[in-house]
Design a protein around this ligand. Structure first.
Ligand code: ATP
Ligand code: MG
Length: 316
């Protein structure tokens, strides 16, 4: 859901992360991660392999102890989240432990039992197993043993497991890895409906930038242990200078111009040359251009700092 299409979001802060640090041995993976999520927002957490996305998500889920920093998730510190708190949080891990011998519907019904006592007047828990199986497109496979599922079907089940308690806050770590295009489209519809109808707050990681553009209200880019960008796709694109490319032909000649004021540029072009302009094309920078540019910029900044430190060390 894009902000322009969505309804007004409540201002309630559901996720509040301030100065989060994580060190594995001597490896400082997260150095200072700071961001917030508001009720009903869909946030995409992007970043290169090894940036620390899974680490961040696992800390917010309460599966991993942080080294330092302040983290509040649905009003509680996930390191000390009670069962009642846990029942409000849904989790789809990057890789899930196995339940191979269970059958799809049977497992969802079984896991659902755990949530029944956490139902409220507003939120019916758990999600009915048959409805849930249908929502993730597994009806045909409802009675199959889990070890017989294909990779993509297995991943759909992972998503169903994350949803069975009708979570208010949902963490999805690369939920669509291995999905075929149809499953991906259906999953996107499911996320839209969760965000719109149930006002579920969602934090997802993905390496698919088309998916990010379709789903995310806001994008966070994690690199070098920090959030280096936080905003809508449009806001991030504005940080890249000269982002649009205008192409046209005139009198049989081809022209290309980079500009960050393409509307004015095109208007001026027509004022000057009128109908002699043909084959006009304006190419906006894609999220991929923006993402790569922001990550390269951050990495060259980090390299510059590292090199300066090396020089300092050598001249000491
Ligand atoms: N249990 C662990 N012990 C030591 N190092 C770890 C552990 N888990 C992760 N790491 C390291 O922390 C860094 C971040 O890993 P993480 O899995 O959080 O990255 P990611 O952003 O999710 O990457 P990907 O896009 O590949 O899923 C990596 O360098 C990884 O090797
Ligand atoms: Mg990961």
């Amino acid at each position: 859901m894009k902000p322009s299409e969505g309804k007004m979001k409540s201002e309630e802060v559901v996720l509040d992360v301030d100065g989060l640090r994580m060190r594995y041995g001597t490896n400082d993976v997260l150095q200072d991660v700071t961001f917030q999520a508001r009720h009903g927002e869909v946030l995409a957490l992007l970043g290169p392999n090894g940036a620390g996305k899974t680490t961040t998500i696992e800390i917010l889920e309460g599966f991993r102890m942080r080294s330092a920093g302040r983290v509040t998730v649905l009003g509680a510190d996930p390191a000390h989240g009670a069962e009642q708190w846990r029942a409000r949080v849904g989790v789809v891990l990057q890789s899930w432990r196995d339940h191979g011998k269970w059958r799809v519907r049977e497992l969802l019904a079984h896991l659902g039992l755990y949530y029944a006592c956490y139902a409220t007047e507003l939120i019916q828990r758990p999600w009915d197993a048959d409805d849930l199986v249908a929502a993730v497109g597994l009806t045909e496979h409802a009675n199959k043993e889990i070890k017989m599922l294909s990779g993509g079907q297995r991943r759909r089940l992972d998503v169903a497991i994350g949803l069975v308690g009708r979570p208010e806050l949902l963490f999805l770590d690369e939920p669509t890895a291995g999905f075929d295009p149809e499953a991906r489209r259906e999953f996107h519809d499911l996320v839209h409906s969760l965000a719109e109808k149930e006002e579920t707050t969602i934090l997802l990681t993905t390496h698919d930038l088309n998916e990010t553009e379709k789903l995310a209200d806001r994008i966070l880019i994690l690199n070098g242990g920090r959030i280096i960008a936080d905003g809508t796709a449009e806001e991030l694109a504005q940080r890249i200078v000269g982002e649009d490319e205008v192409r046209w032909t005139r009198d049989g000649q081809h022209f290309v111009q980079s500009t960050n004021t393409s509307t004015k540029f095109v208007s001026d072009l027509f004022k000057e040359y009128g109908e002699t302009i043909a084959d006009l094309e304006v190419r906006r920078s894609s999220l991929e251009d923006t993402y790569l540019s922001l990550v390269h910029r951050a990495e060259s900044g980090q390299n510059a700092i590292a090199e300066a430190k090396d020089v300092e060390r050598m001249t000491r």
